[in-house]
Design a protein around this ligand. Structure first.
Ligand code: NAD
Length: 497
């Protein structure tokens, strides 16, 4: 029997009444593993109204009690770590090791949310004028919503709801319809951690559900992570509807390789960062820029990539799994085809790769192009598959110019033995997250996830102090307690006296 995916609305898990059905498939063979009855407009409205009602009481719960829910939650997530990773691996096709990483990077954010009291602290200045003190508080916004992508079904929901809720908001999560069972398990554990009814709601569906969240006046803030076109749509529609929006979008991440770098480190790091997770990471390295003589390492990189073997989630020797859907695979193959037609050198082509017994799965073998130029589709488009594009630059300045001309700015890295080159790169590069001899520089949650340019629309980023600002309002209080022995006359100016 096919598993029915559950919504969590007004404190009840329900399979819902929606007539529109989406099938969840195993990317390794496209068998149907679950079914979603998409939330109807009424069900979304019910979730919003329940979250609105819950806000009136949740915001009054002392911050230390809210933190205790997060403490129990992060503990439960750790207890169920491997179980969540198994659900995740089965519905995404990720290898078990990689699935565990997805869960763990989310747990780190839930851990950080336990520290919410310190994160919420305002500022104080005594005696801003005679007998007058000014201090600020951070207060929650109300009902917030999160719309998340398929590629990190544990980590990205956990970027959002634990911190938003710890700040005193209530939250509606609309996860990707392609892998909804991991988020469902995250929500079940949150309920087990003692979150009161209505504080967190889970609705499944597609554009219809999202559009209701974007337009309903009760929703105060929208966090989105996904592709660039949808990100722009969410940002424009959400802000047109007077909401606070943070929209994390697509990417094209470059790794610059200087000839003084350690060759073997470069090769090993590029292999993992380019085709790991089948290239379906927003921080994957999809472009390697070889500076000067470093281009001589391209044949060895090709040999290393040729040794990478995709496989099933529970195959311990598999390096990565299938891409998420037949549509995703068709898109990747079409871009590989365009790369060849447009004149790039296809050194490795994984288009025909398959796994015996799983021939109907969405497999793409490691693929590598050399002599890629900025006009080519494989450079301009986010491929989101296990495809590495290699380019060349005469010197560091040329490499920096190339990276800065990209419309995206999520992540980048430089491999070098020179502090001077690294310092120059980190200073001049117009990208929000920079790795120095670190290929995928995703910051831990005491920092924020700070994509730039076409990879992010908004102001305050995910997790860390910026997310606390995103999910709260600042209230500034100017207070005077009269010293009754001194009575001053009327003050006719705006100056504080
Ligand atoms: P997607 O944009 O297709 O879907 C993301 C979410 O938006 C899903 O919940 C989906 O149901 C919803 N959605 C899809 N189309 C919609 C529409 N027309 N209107 C309203 N809602 C819609 O993205 P995806 O394929 O699930 O995820 C992969 C993308 O996410 C890649 O582009 C990747 O770079 C990006 N991503 C970015 C970051 C980042 O931090 N910048 C992190 C992870 C993933």
């Amino acid at each position: 029997m096919t598993t029915q995916v559950k919504h969590y609305i007004d404190g009840e898990f329900t399979t819902g009444n929606g007539q529109q059905v989406i099938e969840v498939t195993n990317p390794a063979n496209n068998d149907v593993i679950a079914q979603i009855n998409c939330a109807t407009a009424d069900e979304v409205a019910q979730a919003i109204s329940s979250a609105k009602a819950a806000f009136t009481t949740w915001k009054e719960v002392p911050v230390s009690e809210r933190a205790r829910v997060m403490l129990r939650y992060q503990h439960l997530l750790k207890e169920h770590h491997d179980e969540i990773a198994t659900i995740l691996a089965k519905e995404t096709g990720k290898t078990f090791e990689d699935a565990k990483g997805d869960v763990w990077r989310g747990i780190e954010v839930a851990e950080h949310a336990c520290n919410v009291a310190s994160l919420l602290m305002g500022e104080t200045v005594e005696n801003v004028a005679r007998n007058i003190d000014t201090y600020s508080y951070t207060q929650p916004l109300g009902v917030c919503a999160g719309i998340t992508p398929f590629n990190f079904p544990a980590m990205i929901p956990l970027w959002m709801f634990p911190l938003a809720i710890a700040c005193g908001n209530t939250f509606i999560l609309k996860p990707s319809e392609q892998d909804p069972m991991t988020p469902q398990r995250l929500v079940e554990l949150f309920v087990e951690a003692g979150a009161p009814k209505g504080v967190l709601q889970l609705i499944h569906g597609d554009k219809t559900a999202v559009d209701t969240l974007l337009t309903d006046p009760a929703i105060k803030a929208i966090s989105f992570v996904g592709s660039v076109n949808v990100g722009q749509y969410i940002y424009k529609t959400g802000t047109d509807n007077l909401k606070r929006v943070q929209a994390f979008a697509g990417a094209k991440n470059h790794c610059v390789i200087m000839p003084d770098a350690n060759k073997q480190q470069v090769i090993n790091n590029l292999v993992g960062a380019s085709v790991g997770a089948a290239g379906q990471r927003c921080m994957a390295i999809s472009v390697a820029v070889f500076v000067g003589k470093a281009k001589e390492w391209i044949p060895e990189l090709k040999a290393a990539l040729a040794n990478v073997r995709p496989g099933l989630w529970d195959d311990k020797d598999a390096a990565y799994g299938p891409v998420i859907s037949p549509a995703a695979k068709a898109r990747v193959l079409s871009l590989i085809e365009q790369g060849i037609e447009e004149g790039a050198d296809c050194l490795l082509n994984g288009s025909d790769f398959t796994v015996t017994g799983y021939e109907s799965g969405n497999w793409v073998g490691p693929t590598m192009f050399a002599n890629v130029t900025p006009e080519m589709s494989i450079y301009k488009e986010e491929i989101f598959g296990p495809v590495l594009c290699c380019m060349q630059a005469d010197d560091l300045d040329e490499a920096i110019e190339l990276v800065n001309n990209s419309p995206y700015g999520n992540g980048t890295s430089i491999f070098t033995a020179s502090g001077g080159a690294a310092r120059k790169y980190q200073h001049h590069i117009e990208v929000g997250q920079v790795g120095i001899n670190v290929p995928i520089p995703v910051p831990l949650p005491f920092f924020s996830f700070t994509g730039w340019k076409g990879s992010f629309y908004g102001d305050q980023h995910a997790y860390g102090k910026q997310a606390v600002r995103f999910y709260t309002e600042t209230k500034t209080i100017t207070s005077r307690w009269f010293d009754d022995s001194v009575v001053s006359g009327p003050n006719m100016s705006i100056n504080l006296k």
